[in-house]
Design a protein around this ligand. Sequence first.
Ligand code: HAM
Length: 438
Amino acid sequence: MTTEGTIEKKSQISAIRGMEDILPALARHYQFVEGQARELFDRYGYGEIRTPVLEPTELFARTVGDSSDIVVSKQMYTFTDPGERSNTMRPEGTAGVVRALIESGLLKETSQQKLFYVGPMFRYEKPQKGRQRQFTQIGMELFGVAHAAADAEVITMCYHLLRRVGFNDIVVKLNNLGDPGDRKGFNDRLREAILEVVASARESGKYAEWCEQWQDLAAINPMRVFDTKVEECRPYLSSLPRVVDYVGEEARNHFDVVTALLAQAGVPFEVDRELVRGLDYYTRTVFEIVQTGLGAQNAILGGGRYDNLVEELGGPPTPAVGMAIGVERLIMAMQAQGIKLPPSPPPAFYVLALDDESLPTAYRLAELARSSGQRVAFDCQPKSAKAGLRSANRSKAQIAVIVGADELSRGVAQWKNLESGEQIELLMAEIERNLKEG
Ligand code: HAM
């Protein structure tokens, strides 16, 4: 306020970089996708779990892994709270769900748990198309089943969810990362092979920036070289060993059952021997679904098996498999592919008060229709007939009910069909009956 009592013009405040507002037209997409997901989860017997956005930092330090993208690229929103505890805004949902299950004792009670969640996740990444610092995941996790049918069920559900929201050409990319013992031998061999490639690039005068990245990855997470976005180094990938050649018999058989079950369910898939994931906790099956129209960030969902995570967090030995969809990316892909939402139905009635005197009656009529289950547009202020009818037409309602002081004094209201333009005067009792019946 100024000394004259007027309000000074203030500067505007913008949203934080990488965090977006979801305005009503876009929110309809989120509601649609979420609604489809909830129906599907219900059909398969998955119950909802809601965990806090904020968790102790140690939870993610122990789960996502020292060599994960999240830890290596310092993507965590971490801060010390007033009680001097280190907290982190969750970068993903799996860790919190596992913590909650162990803490609540639910894992001990029954042999399996099928859960889903929907909510915001936070990663301090460099924002670009399809990559935000706050984004929404719809995820699901199946605990307590070591059988390959669990992997197949989660993947099959991903496929059906994408079909339900309107995608046609869906191919699930799958890979088998083996068990931790298999991976150890593979990682050692891969590390050596990467360093050999870098040394020969140096000798032949082709040493470039990607060589440095490869050297760094060899030290922290050699498998991530397969995820390179640098075209120049792609030809060298073919000379590197593949994880599949190091996978033990049990994990190989497991993967064969997963693919056989997917074939049974008619889910189109493709084994991609270069598929790796940005999080460290996976064992055996990993998968992703990519879509066009998203630029470099083309994975709309990803997941896999993680049989050791529950124990890592102090729980009982519990096999598990799960996935998460990035809702923003899913919606972008829907828009890029011209997938339309089902139209939202217009209101049945538009109720118009022409003056202050008739507003209480108009208000009562609108409420009467709404409590009978009708969708009603009401502007919460009197309007002239001209402005009111303009607004009524914009609302796309079929019928306008118009009340002014004159109608009020005669116990009637106007009933106007907005499609045909026909207008009749009806007794208030008849109007009330029509509004209730719709
Ligand atoms: P994730 O691959 O890190 O897996 O993330 C899953 C999906 O979240 C991605 O495919 C992508 O669509 C979306 N996503 C990730 N980061 C961003 C971002 N910065 N901006 C927009 N969208 C993003 C997980 O999070 C695992 N918790 C999935 C899982 C569940 N595995 C087992 N259970």
